[in-house]
Ligand binder design. Structure first.
Ligand code: 5AD
Ligand code: SF4
Length: 472
C-alpha cells in the first residue's frame, strides 16, 4: 500500500540528545509537578490520553484544571476536520502568551495533527517555543521526550511507519466503571475524504488473547462495561496469522462475563451475518451499533470510496433491525461532499426517513490536505451546504426524539455512571442502547446496572425513576 509522503520517516531536531547518556536528567524532577492535558477528537484520542496520563502519573505528576497552573502542557490533537485544526492553533495562541511569562513550562503537542508534515512545519515556524512534538505511533516515547525537554532540548519526533503493536500499556483510566479497549489500530479503507489512514497508519489487530486478558483484568477490577475500539472494528483479525475475525473476538469477549460490551466504529462494507448473529446471541453484547452512512447517494458513495450502495446499506440496516432485538442504530453523515447536488442530498434524506436513526453525527465536508477529495471540484456554496445540514439535522433530531419517546412508560436497564451535573438528587447513566438517562436515585447506585422506569423523553436524554430497586 502506498502512503502519501505526509511525514518524513523520523523528524528529529538537530539538538537530539539521548537522556540515557546524560545521567544528570532524572524523572524525579517531575515529581509533584502539575500537568494540563487537553484532548480533541474521537474516542481513540480519549483512550490515547489515558496512556499519556499513565506516563505522566508514572513520573509522579498530577493533573490540574487551569492551563496557568501547569508545569507541563500536553495537547492531544485531532485532524479530522478543519475546525479541529483551528481550535488547536487558537489554543496555542494562549499558550504562546503563557510561555512568554513562564518559559520553563514544557509544551508537548501530540495526536493526529502532529502526523501532518504541514502542521509540523507550521509549529516550527509559528510556535518554535513548543518543546515536544510527538505522533500517534510513538506516544510511549513521551517520557523520554520530557526528560530531553527538561535539559533544554527540543524534540520533534513523529513516525510515519506505525511499527509494532504495543502491549501492557499502563493506562490511567478516566472511569472505574467503563473502559476503552483497543482491538485494531489504523485504517486501510482510504475513504477519499478522510485523513485517518494517513495519521493512524495501516490496520494492525491486537492478538485475541491479549484483548481477552485485558477484559478479564478489567472485569476482576469491577469494570461493568468495555468499548472495543477501532476505526474499523469489523476489519479485526484480517492481518493476523490466526484465522480470527471480529465475530470470534466478540464471542470470546462476551464469554468473559463482563456485564456490557459495545464497539465502535463499524464499516457497513464488512459487517457479516455472523457478526449480527453473535451480537444477537449474547445478552452482554449491547444492542447498539454505530453504522456510518456518510451519504445516501450511490454516485457520492462511489466518489467517497465507501464500497457500498444505498440499497446495500438499507439491506444491512434491515437485517440488523430484524435479527437483533431492540437494536439502536446511530450514524455519521457528511453533507456537501464535492459534486453533491440536491438530488444526491435527497437520497441521503430518503435513507434517514427509512432508517429513522436513533441518533447521528452530521458534518459539512471539510477538505483535508493530502486526501483525494480535497482535489475534487467543489462548486456548491457554503450557504447551500449549511442549509442542507440544517434540513438534515431537523429530520435527525425528529427521529432521535421519537426513538426516545417510544421508551416512555417502559422499564429499561441503566448503567449508572455518576451524579447528575444539573441536579444532585439525580444520577445519570446509559441504557444498553446508549441513551442518556437522568434517574431519581441515590449515589449508592453509581457503578451498578439498575432498572429504570422512563417517565419523560427529550431530544437528547430521558428522565426516569428507580423501578423495584437495584437488580445487580
Ligand atoms: N469532512 C467532514 N467530515 C468528515 N469525517 C471524516 N472526514 C471528514 C471530512 N474530511 C466524518 C465522517 C466520519 C466521522 C468520524 O467524521 O462522517 O465517520
Ligand atoms: Fe476514515 Fe473511512 Fe477509515 Fe472511517 S473507514 S477512518 S471514514 S478512511
Amino acid at each position: 500500500m502506498n502512503y502519501p509522503d505526509l511525514n518524513k520517516a523520523r523528524i528529529r531536531s538537530e539538538k537530539e540528545v539521548n537522556y540515557i547518556e546524560n545521567p544528570m536528567v532524572d524523572s524525579s524532577l517531575f515529581f509533584n509537578k502539575k500537568y494540563f492535558l487537553r484532548t480533541y477528537g474521537c474516542q481513540m484520542n480519549e483512550h490515547d490520553s489515558e496512556q499519556i496520563k499513565g506516563i505522566l502519573d508514572h513520573f509522579g505528576m498530577s493533573p490540574c484544571e487551569e492551563l496557568e497552573s501547569a508545569d507541563v502542557i500536553v495537547l492531544n490533537t485531532c485532524a479530522i476536520r478543519e475546525n479541529a485544526h483551528d481550535k488547536v492553533f487558537g489554543y496555542l495562541g494562549r499558550i504562546k502568551h503563557l510561555k512568554k511569562e513562564r518559559p520553563d513550562v514544557i509544551v508537548a503537542i501530540g495526536g493526529c495533527m502532529s502526523q501532518e508534515e504541514s502542521v509540523v512545519e507550521e509549529l516550527k515556524k509559528r510556535h518554535p517555543y513548543v518543546n515536544i512534538v510527538f505522533g500517534t505511533h510513538n506516544i510511549h516515547e513521551l517520557g523520554t521526550m520530557l526528560l530531553h525537554a527538561v535539559s533544554g532540548y527540543q524534540d520533534i519526533e513523529v513516525y510515519s511507519i506505525e511499527g509494532d503493536v504495543y502491549e501492557h500499556i499502563s493506562y490511567k483510566r478516566d472511569s472505574h466503571i467503563t473502559a476503552w479497549v483497543n482491538i485494531i489500530y489504523g485504517c486501510d479503507k482510504f475513504c477519499t475524504y478522510c485523513i485517518v489512514p494517513y495519521t493512524r497508519g495501516k490496520e494492525r489487530s491486537r492478538h485475541l488473547s491479549e484483548i481477552v486478558s485485558e477484559v478479564e483484568d478489567l472485569r476482576s477490577k469491577g469494570y461493568m462495561e468495555v468499548t472495543l475500539l477501532g476505526q474499523n472494528v469489523n476489519a479485526y483479525g484480517h492481518d493476523l496469522k490466526e484465522d480470527v475475525e471480529f465475530s470470534d473476538l466478540l464471542e470470546a469477549v462476551a464469554k468473559t462475563g463482563i456485564p456490557r460490551i459495545r464497539f465502535v466504529t463499524s464499516h457497513p462494507w464488512n459487517f457479516t451475518d455472523k457478526m449480527i448473529e453473535v451480537i444477537a446471541k449474547y445478552d452482554n453484547i449491547m444492542p447498539y451499533i454505530h453504522l456510518p452512512l456518510q451519504s445516501g447517494s450511490d454516485r457520492i458513495l462511489k466518489l467517497m470510496g465507501r464500497k457500498y450502495t444505498k440499497n446495500e446499506y438499507l439491506t444491512l440496516f434491515c437485517k440488523m433491525k430484524e435479527r437483533i432485538p431492540n437494536v439502536a442504530i446511530t450514524t455519521d453523515i457528511i453533507v456537501g461532499f464535492p459534486g453533491e447536488g440536491e438530488s444526491d442530498f435527497e437520497n441521503t434524506l430518503d435513507v434517514v426517513e427509512k432508517c429513522k436513526f436513533d441518533g447521528a453525527y452530521t458534518f459539512i465536508f471539510s477538505p483535508r490536505e493530502g486526501t483525494p477529495a480535497a482535489k475534487m471540484k467543489d462548486e456548491t456554496p457554503l450557504e447551500e451546504k449549511e442549509e442542507r445540514l440544517r434540513r438534515l439535522n431537523e429530520r435527525i433530531n425528529f427521529y432521535s426524539k421519537e426513538s426516545n419517546q417510544r421508551l416512555v412508560g417502559q422499564v429499561v436497564s441503566v448503567l449508572v455512571l455518576g451524579e447528575s451535573e444539573k441536579d444532585s438528587t439525580k444520577v445519570y447513566g446509559y441504557t444498553d442502547t446508549m441513551k442518556l438517562v437522568n434517574v431519581e436515585a441515590g449515589k449508592d447506585t453509581i457503578g451498578q446496572i439498575i432498572d429504570v422506569l422512563i417517565t419523560d423523553a427529550k431530544s437528547f436524554s430521558l428522565d426516569g425513576v428507580l423501578e423495584e430497586g437495584v437488580n445487580n
